[in-house]
Design a protein around this ligand. Structure first.
Ligand SMILES: [Zn+2]
Ligand SMILES: [Zn+2]
Length: 104
């Protein structure tokens, strides 16, 4: 069966893309989670992290690589995390603004 236009739009929104952060300009990955019930738009740092060293207060996501449909970002819950083998991404947080140097 052919995908409907709505399904195609969903698939496009779910495709992981590299986009600069609108606030700090850093490279980030953006995608909508493929969750039917509570899809969220996620922006993460582009580099996978060690799942054992996720900074407190940061949300972790799985980068799920599909051969045919491309990459997807999925919510990483406790049950899944126990046996997860995916690269793990964390929510992007803009770095603190550089303190302006005072010229003497
Ligand atoms: Zn996973
Ligand atoms: Zn940022």
């Amino acid at each position: 069966m052919k995908p409907t236009p709505a399904e195609r739009a969903d698939a496009s929104a779910q495709t992981v893309r590299t986009r600069p952060c609108p606030r700090c300009g850093a490279d980030t990955l953006t995608a909508r989670t493929p969750d039917r019930v509570a899809a969220v738009d996620v922006r993460t740092d582009p580099t996978p992290v060690d799942p054992a060293a996720i900074p407190p207060g940061r949300l972790a996501w799985c980068l799920v690589q599909h051969e045919f449909v491309g990459d997807r970002i999925r919510w990483r819950d406790h049950w899944h995390a126990a046996h997860c083998t995916h690269p793990v991404l964390i929510d992007h947080a803009c770095p603190p603004r550089p303190v302006q140097e005072t010229l003497l």
